[in-house]
Design a protein around this ligand. Structure first.
Ligand code: FES
Length: 340
């Protein structure tokens, strides 16, 4: 017989909500039915939008459900609420405020302005929202794009900021046989219309933090990170010291180097390290963006870090930053999961 447990949600703005959840129910389903403002998108354990930190009690991933959480993240208490069942009274902390969690994604249409190859396997898709349309998002969050003519959805974090709207640029890694990749390389043309929906995701810039910022980006993981850096540039007042460590496998896969140089000039407190890890002898740091981190990069215990890239990089960067003294609660990350 199903048993009810008290599940409490604590939001970053101090708000809290408690609900009863049966031990055979998905925590997210019950919470959304009770209007608890939780971020979510796929509801199947694959997008990480619903991530929460279990700080008290027991709750586990439903048997047979898939989850993108790393074993180390699960062991540290992270849970994806859409595939989580309570095993007793328990408390979750959310990495966002109750207002942010309550934002409802909206749909918008946009025209293709340009499709520009910018590296051996990366394309910049420049869009312009149609008249009267808008798409709010925080730097770092992602939007879904419906692949024209196919109807399948793909998720991308804009490299732009909301201040750039109605222009919206996406950096898209080309995947062999990928539906978006094939549309971009074979069919997409100026003035095509694409359908967008967003925002989604709990990976976004915490604007009130003034301590040093460390950004670690692999490949197109640069997009959300650059959006965050640009947002910091747009905000008034003193800028925090910032370090961006960005890497690709080889130098022909690198992109946006001129744009990064511009940011370096605009933001004197920004240190940029460019890395390639499969090309010894290149003029860039030889190794991953994680290996470019140094002990002296973390001298402030309040340092905050944002990581975006493949799972192995996130895992290594998280471990390295914690080893250097960054508090685990100050490390925010988003891993890339190829859709194709
Ligand atoms: S809503 Fe996507 S992982 Fe839970």
């Amino acid at each position: 017989m199903s048993q009810n447990h008290k599940v409490t949600f604590r939001f970053a703005d101090g708000a809290s909500r408690a609900i009863d959840v049966g031990d055979d129910q998905n925590v997210l389903d019950v919470a959304l039915a009770a209007d608890v403002p939780l971020m979510h998108q796929c509801r199947s354990g694959s997008c990480s939008s619903c991530v929460a930190h279990l700080v008290d009690g027991r709750a586990a991933t439903r048997a047979g459900a898939s989850s993108t959480l790393l074993a180390s993240e699960y062991a540290a208490g992270q849970r994806l609420l859409c595939v989580t069942q309570a095993q007793g009274d328990c408390t979750f902390e959310l990495p966002y405020g109750s207002e942010e969690g309550g934002v409802v994604p909206t749909e918008a249409h946009a025209f293709v302005n340009a499709v520009e190859p910018i590296a051996s396997n990366v394309v910049k898709l420049s869009l312009e929202l149609a008249d009267g349309q808008w798409l709010s998002f925080k730097p770092g969050q992602f939007v879904q794009v419906e692949v024209p003519g196919v109807g399948q959805l793909r998720s991308y974090s804009p490299v732009s900021t909301e201040a750039d709207l109605p222009q919206l640029d996406l950096l898209i890694r080309l995947l062999p046989e990928g539906v978006m990749s094939s549309w971009l390389s074979k069919q997409a043309k100026v003035d095509d219309v694409v359908k967008l929906k967003g925002p989604y995701g709990a990976f976004f810039l915490r604007e009130k933090r003034r301590a040093p910022h460390i950004f670690v980006a692999g490949g197109t993981g640069l997009a959300p990170v650059l959006s965050m850096i640009d947002r910091i540039r747009q905000l008034g007042g003193r800028k925090p010291p910032m370090l961006l460590s960005f890497g690709c496998a080889t130098s022909d896969a690198l992109f946006y180097l001129d744009e990064l140089e511009l940011r370096r000039q605009w933001l004197p407190g920004l240190d940029v390290r460019i890395c390639v890890d499969r090309e010894p002898g290149s003029c860039y740091h030889n190794g991953s963006p994680v290996s470019a981190l140094r002990a002296e990069d973390v001298s402030d215990p309040d340092t905050v870090a944002y990581l975006c890239g493949p799972q192995g990089m996130i895992d290594a960067a998280t471990a390295r930053l914690i080893e250097l003294g960054v508090a685990p609660g100050n490390v925010f990350s988003e891993q890339f999961v190829p859709s194709n």
